[in-house]
Design a protein around this ligand. Structure first.
Ligand code: HEM
Ligand code: HEM
Length: 175
C-alpha cells in the first residue's frame, strides 16, 4: 500500500500553503491601506490577482484529489483523531473554494473589475449593488477567520505528530 502522497499532491499542498498564508497576510494588510487612496487600488488588485491565480491551482488540486486517493491514515490513530483529521481536511477544502469564490463574486457586484496583474482587465459582470457586495464581502471576512482557525489547528496537529508522537505523518506530505 502506498504510504505517501503523490508528488503532485505534495507540490500542490506546499505551493498552496505558502500562497494562501501570504494571501491571508495580504488580506489583513489591506485593512491598513486608506480607502480611496491610489495605493489601495494597487494593493487590492494585487490581492485579487493572486486570489484568482490561487483559485486556478485550487481547482487543479481538487481535480487531482478526486482522482487520486490519499494514503490511508495510520490505523493506530484513535477514532476521534481520524474523524477530526477528516473533518479538518474537508473544511480546509471548503475554505479553499469559498475564499476565492466569495471574493470574486463580491468584486463583480461593485463598480471595480479585476485588473489581473495590470495586464488584463476583467470588467464586472454584475450590477453595482452595495447590499449584494456587502453580503459576499462579509462572507469573505467570516470565512477568513474560520480558515485561520482551521489552519492553526491543522499545523498544531502536524507538529504534534512530528515532534510528540514522531509517527512519520509529516513525512507523508514532505517533499
Ligand atoms: C485563497 C484566496 C483568498 C484568500 C485566502 C483571501 C483572504 C482575505 C483576507 C484574510 C482578507 C481580509 C479580511 C478582513 O479584513 O477581515 C481579504 C480581503 C479582501 N479580499 Fe480576499 N482572499 C482571497 C481571494 C480573493 C479574491 C479572488 C478576491 C477578488 C477577486 C478577493 C478580494 C478581497 C477584497 C476586495 C478584500 C478587501 C475587503 C475589504 O476590506 O472590505 N480576495 N481577503
Ligand atoms: C494554508 C495552509 C495549509 C492548508 C490550506 C493545508 C491543507 C491541507 C489539506 C486539505 C490536507 C489534506 C490532504 C488530503 O488528504 O486531501 C493537508 C494535509 C497535510 N498537511 Fe496541510 N495545509 C496547510 C499547511 C500545512 C502546514 C504548514 C503543515 C506542516 C506544519 C501541513 C502539514 C500537512 C500534513 C503532514 C498533511 C498530511 C496529513 C496526512 O498524512 O493525512 N500543512 N493539508
Amino acid at each position: 500500500m502506498r504510504d505517501r502522497y503523490t508528488n503532485v499532491a505534495i507540490a500542490l499542498h506546499w505551493i498552496l500553503a505558502l500562497g494562501i498564508l501570504a494571501q491571508i497576510g495580504l488580506g489583513y494588510f489591506l485593512d491598513n491601506v486608506p480607502r480611496g487612496s491610489p495605493e489601495r487600488s494597487a494593493w487590492v488588485n494585487f490581492h485579487k490577482s493572486i486570489g484568482i491565480t490561487l483559485a486556478a491551482l485550487i481547482i487543479l488540486r481538487l481535480a487531482w484529489r478526486l482522482t487520486h486517493m490519499p494514503p490511508p491514515l495510520p490505523v493506530a490513530m484513535p477514532a476521534w483523531e481520524l474523524v477530526a483529521a477528516r473533518a479538518n481536511h474537508a473544511l480546509l477544502y471548503v475554505c479553499m473554494v469559498g475564499m476565492p469564490l466569495t471574493g470574486y463574486v463580491a468584486t463583480n457586484f461593485s463598480k471595480f473589475g479585476i485588473k489581473y496583474f495590470g495586464l488584463v482587465t476583467l470588467p464586472p459582470w454584475g450590477i453595482d449593488d452595495k447590499q449584494i457586495y456587502a453580503a459576499f464581502n462579509g462572507a469573505h471576512k467570516i470565512l477568513a477567520l474560520v480558515f485561520v482557525a482551521l489552519i492553526l489547528l491543522h499545523v498544531a496537529a502536524a507538529l504534534k505528530h512530528a515532534l510528540w508522537e514522531r509517527d512519520g505523518l509529516l513525512r507523508r506530505m514532505w517533499p
